[in-house]
Design a protein around this ligand. Structure first.
Ligand SMILES: C[S@@+](CC[C@H](N)C(=O)[O-])C[C@H]1O[C@@H](n2cnc3c(N)ncnc32)[C@H](O)[C@@H]1O
Length: 212
């Protein structure tokens, strides 16, 4: 069986928009959330930024530095003067310090299980006191019965945008690369932060915000 490959997805922003219910609403929310939490003269990071659309959508504070990291070839080709895009593996690089906001949107779920903790610790160390870590993940439900019902409603939604063959193929390809946790497990992983709360939820997709 082939593994899922982000480089093969045509029109990635459209694809993710159609794959995650209410993604449009989330994108807008993230834009305003990050802008509101940004402190001047700090760094803003997006871990697993794909096409860079989130950082590029921001009303960027001229005295801040913006960094987007992704391992794929989805990164923007043109030189964007106000955003530093780096093709790199977030499990292997150091993050800059003096950071006020870090986002990681549907990315930690693709890391090897043993690397998640290290990446979360690096994000924590990179943040200034009072800085925010925003994490969105597809999650397992705490209740298997509820998960099964949510999944069947989700597949109904997906069939509005994708063929049955596309849905099944993606599902099979994701099996070995997507490692989901329950919201409780994610809150526990983020427990080094002074508080964590859920700010968005749609089907099994969940947004967490943690303050250092
Ligand atoms: C589901 S996409 C989400 C992209 C983007 N954050 C968004 O919401 O549109 C996950 C992204 O994580 C990236 N990714 C996965 N593992 C990575 C790693 N170890 N280092 C950097 N990026 C990674 C993938 O290349 C992909 O672009």
């Amino acid at each position: 069986m082939n593994n899922f490959n982000f480089n093969k997805i045509k029109d990635f922003d459209r694809h993710i928009n159609l794959s995650i219910p209410n993604y449009d609403f989330l994108s807008n929310h993230l834009k305003f959330l990050i802008e509101a939490l940004t402190e001047s003269e700090t760094n803003i990071l997006d871990l697993g930024c794909s096409t860079g659309s989130l950082l590029l959508s921001l009303d960027r504070n001229k005295s801040c530095n913006y960094f987007g990291y992704d391992i794929s070839n989805l990164l923007p080709l043109e030189l964007e003067t106000e955003v530093n895009f780096e093709k790199s593996d977030i499990t292997k690089i150091d993050f800059p310090t003096n950071t006020s906001v870090i986002s990681s949107i549907f990315t930690l779920q693709f890391l090897p299980r043993h690397k998640r903790k290290e990446v979360i610790k690096k994000a924590y160390d990179s943040l200034n006191d009072g800085g925010y870590f925003i994490v969105c993940e597809k999650t397992h439900s705490n209740d298997p019965c509820l998960e099964s019902i949510t999944n069947s409603i989700y597949y109904k939604y997906k069939r509005e945008h994708f063929t049955d063959e596309e849905i099944l193929q993606k599902q099979q390809e994701l099996t070995s690369v997507m490692k989901l946790k329950t919201p409780k497990e994610i809150e526990k992983e983020l427990s080094m932060f002074s508080f964590v709360e859920i700010f968005w939820k749609s089907y099994g997709f969940c947004g967490f915000i943690a303050r250092k």
